[in-house]
Design a binder for this molecule. Sequence first.
Ligand SMILES: [Zn+2]
Ligand SMILES: [Zn+2]
Length: 344
Amino acid sequence: MTSVRRARMNETGWDKDLVVESSDETLAQPTGNQVLVEVEACAVCYRDCIDRAGRFKFIQIPITPGHEAVGRVAAIGPDVEDWAVGDRVGTLHRDFCGKCGPCMQGNQSLCETAAALLGLLIDGGYASHLLAPERCFYALPEAIPATEAAGLHCTFGTSYRGLRRFGGVESGQHVVVTGANGGVGSAAIQVAARLGATVTAVVRDAAHGDYITGLGADNVIVDAGDRFHKQLTAGPADVVMDCVGPPTFNASLRSLRAGGRMIVVGNVIEEQASVNLGYIVTRGLQIIGSSGATREDMMAVLDLHAKRPFAIQIDRELDLAEADHAQRLVQAGGLRGRIVLVSH
Ligand SMILES: [Zn+2]
Ligand SMILES: [Zn+2]
């Protein structure tokens, strides 16, 4: 008998709280390619709030939220190839088939056939235990504390994939990061600096200035989101990582040099962005959407972290019992780093 806890979202929206259930049931054992992971911690992401708001119409309700979990493999199904009991793992956003076009091109995070999306289509990590296909996980070293490791994929992994794989960022380039105080933004500053770029960070609130500079930003611009392109002291950007969305979209575009690349990772409000297509056409700009990372990206991130640890900001740790409160704090915004739910 194992004590089992999990948070449940029984309907989308904010009217009803998440419910945390606990029981002494016998745990469901993994079948096929599933692994059972004993969860150490799960970070709360802004995407969890988007999920909760019902913006993904395909969400399976009721569901256990959470796609930023880390833990240890407690049991494996008969067809599992990649893991053994006791291995330490972190979650990707979903599994992958390894055979489709995107998978063959190294874009496993865009797999066309596997679709075990954590927190949307299968139960996620706001729980003491997580049962998921083996390819939902990447290998995590023992040395990284669970609370720091939990958000690593969704923040540093997303940043690395966006900046390096899609942005082609290399030493000597100029990178602009919007929403720079947020989870992905604060990671993107550090990743871009490690790649040798000059980094301009854009924030709305001057209070974040010292924090952002401490993470390695060369310049900080305080701006509501629509005029920062006129304040770029390091000149036009080779790559902009836009972690905000519609409020910063056009100023991000106008921050680029001709032929520059904009990596879109943020979509914080429901409104759509409107774009002057002529500006994109005549300046040869590229707009590339990105989310999450692959196992290969995570190996690169962990390698950078091992050489010189990233500053991983934790706003606070909360017990799993406070899952609903944690999501409401993330929805309200203004945090500095992740809120992490701990389950044991
Ligand atoms: Zn996330
Ligand atoms: Zn695939």
